[in-house]
Design a protein. Sequence first.
Length: 309
Amino acid sequence: MNLQTLLADLTGPDAAIRLQTARIIGMLDETAALEALAAQYRAESVGEVKASLAWAGKRVQAARQAGYTTLDALFHHFHIDYELQVEQDKKEADLLKQMQHEADMQLLRERSGKAGDMALGMAIGGALLGTQGMVMGAMTALTPGAEVLSSGLDDRPQIGKQRIPPTRPGDSDIRMILRRLQDDPDPDRRRKAAIDLGSISNNPAALPYLAQAFVEDVNTAVREAAQRSGKLIYWNAIYWEMEQSGALAQELERRKSPVPPTTSHPAIRRIQTQETPAAPSAPEPPPQISLADILRKAEEKRDQRKNKG
């Protein structure tokens, strides 16, 4: 079961299938089908199907306005977005280290005198030896509060969750579970049946029955369980297909973006807003004296000596 199948069934010749598909789309909040729902609503001639199309359209429109998409939901549920976040965190950490190193070296270069030369020597020696601590030690010796610049660079939260792999969609016999979902008078057993369809069977063939329970069951807990299981089955089916076709790798590449030049991380902000110390002003050049002035002053001194004599 995928979006293409749903869209094909939505416009098929069988009114019962169109009704069933509208319910499935509404249960799944499949925002990618919104335009197809609107188009079929305008073309639909069967009143009951038209009403279901309108119901599904309102639900899907609300989901779109809330920012929901199936792809984002399955990325979150299967922890695929954690994989992207880990990579983003690594890029940002590398950027932090690079910016900190550049800021440290810039401040070192702008120091003058013996202390600056010694610190620069320590920094260069540390870089050659791969010892970052020598660089930071030199900076701390030169600049009070320099440790503030480097604090927080490595205190980012580490995400330990791993991506959950997809499972092959099931094709087991689900008739026993369906009977419990549809006919059991106990709402708790119907709710458990809905959960079993998603967690045990994982069979896309259960989607029409889950959608029916989502629309028709009088018990809220049963309806919620039916929708949750329906989405889990649908997400897994899409995830499985994307993994097998290579579309998942393409989507991951599309979602990867380079680390922006600025970031909200406080350590980067501190580095970017650090005021570079002003370079010491050059001494004023001596006043320019012309040759004529020199000769004139020499003659004046000579005349004064003659007069004294």
